[in-house]
Design a protein around this ligand. Structure first.
Ligand code: ATP
Ligand code: MG
Length: 424
């Protein structure tokens, strides 16, 4: 137990960190382009927030939450997703009173007690965005475009965008009745979960992953035919915006978010290569959620992308091997006095932006050169006792092997010229 991480939770080791940085930087870069600002909410929230905000009839709330009582006896939950916390912050800090839309993004860990497998973990990371305060389908199109720009920016091309409308509180009840009428006679053929969900939340049956349920869902009535005029107009408006932006989409009538406060647009971005857990990004409009969580009636829309799944897809396409951090200078001291002096030189070089490493414990010149090589250092600075007494240092080019002597006092100007010369 002591030396084993919890099941479904992963260490992101230094050799993987640069890929994570790339992805996080891409998220920030694209959000800046679209005018989204970062929000950071707590990783723990009151359990009721998720019960209300994610919904009692969801897998997340029914069986996936990490919930516990804190020392004051209050039920707390590790956030399983980011929208509920963002909505809470929007309401708590009264952003609805300011100019709309409010456009936020978040990045960070989420927790769900699921069966771990490729692309499914118990701690995973999401990049997500939320837009509050505007119901115009132009916003839906911007949110979708942002999501696609993000996945393309990190190097994934040719992903499939699936789109649907789930209607609203006017038209969905009518559709729900049609679904019930279709499914009730088929009850015996449904999986146990779906039999269970049938009366409570028949829309959820449409995205069951079991083969028999999938086959039945294929022939189920489609929500597109049941939409009210406003929902249809919104949907058609979104299609026109997407067409104008050159964004291709596929209508998937079985793409649903089963809860009452999800309205109209639902979408997913699917990557074919990574198998069963192929949905890398999912989102939708939630015009009833802010009110459900104690705020005024304010429309909203957002998405969340699973970063581990994006990394899986990237690794498959690129082959492994994120780039190493890189080292400019490796300092080699031979002897105690030289070692002390090197400490001073390296600190001054680092202050100039030089990425500097050094050898420790008085290892031999050969061993230290090997260490420099292993790190891929560009230059070695060699300071032996004799050089130290003469006030010089040896600069060795580790790519060409050439070396020269330099007055130690000129090291900083040497670095400035070198850095300039390499155009870094
Ligand atoms: P799934 O159907 O795969 O369980 P979901 O509907 O639960 O997905 P959302 O709640 O919409 O997923 O979360 C958005 C994205 O977060 C998913 O598309 C996926 O990329 C990622 N994600 C969700 N759950 C996990 C998990 N347990 N491990 C890794 N990534 C996850
Ligand atoms: Mg899930």
């Amino acid at each position: 137990m002591l030396t084993q991480r919890p099941r479904g939770m992963h260490d992101i080791l230094p050799q993987e960190a640069s890929l994570w940085h790339e992805i996080e930087e891409a998220a920030r870069r694209i959000c800046a382009r679209y005018g989204f600002s970062e929000v950071r909410t707590p990783i723990l929230e009151h359990t009721e927030l998720f019960q209300r905000g994610v919904g009692e009839n969801t897998d997340i709330v029914e069986k996936e939450m990490y919930t516990f009582n804190d020392r004051g006896g209050r039920s707390m939950t590790l956030r399983p997703e980011g929208t509920a916390g963002a909505v809470r912050a929007y309401v708590e800090h009264k952003f609805y009173g300011g100019p709309q839309p409010v456009k936020w993004f978040y990045l960070g860990p989420m927790f769900r007690y699921e069966r771990p497998q490729a692309g499914r973990q118990r701690q995973f990371h999401q990049f997500g965005v939320e837009v509050f305060g505007v119901a115009d389908p132009a916003v839906d199109a911007e949110v979708i475009a942002l999501g696609l720009d993000f996945v393309e920016d990190i190097g994934l091309k040719g992903l499939r965008l699936e789109l649907n409308s789930v209607g609203c509180s006017q038209c969905r009840p009518v559709y729900r009745e049609r679904l019930l009428a279709y499914y009730r006679p088929l009850r015996e053929q449904l999986c146990e979960d779906c039999q269970d969900r049938l009366e409570r939340n028949p829309l959820r049956l449409l995205d069951c992953k079991r083969e028999t349920c999938k086959a039945l869902a294929q022939r189920a009535p489609r929500i597109g035919e049941a939409l009210c005029d406003e929902c249809r107009a919104h949907d058609e408006g979104l299609h026109r915006h997407l067409d104008a932006a050159g964004i291709a989409y596929e209508i998937n009538p079985r793409l649903v978010r089963g809860l009452d406060y999800y309205t109209r647009t639902a979408f997913e971005v699917v990557e074919e290569g990574i198998g069963a857990q192929g949905t890398v990004l999912g989102g939708g409009r939630y015009n009833g959620l802010v009110e459900e969580l104690g705020g005024p009636s304010v429309p909203g829309i957002g998405f969340a992308a699973g970063l581990e799944r994006l990394i899986l897809a990237l690794e498959q396409r690129r082959g492994e091997g994120a780039s190493e951090a890189g080292v400019d200078v490796f300092g080699i001291a031979l002897g105690d006095e030289a070692s002390v002096e090197l400490t001073g030189w390296l600190r001054r070089l680092r202050a100039l932006g030089c990425r500097a490493e050094r050898g420790f414990e008085g290892k031999s010149l050969k061993a230290q050169l090997k260490a420099a090589d292993r790190l891929g250092a560009r230059w070695a600075l060699i300071l032996g006792e004799e050089e130290r007494r003469r006030g010089v240092v040896i600069v060795k080019d580790l790519t060409g092997g050439e070396q020269r002597e330099l007055p130690a006092l000129e090291l900083e100007s040497w670095w400035k010229e070198t850095e300039h010369g390499t155009g870094r």
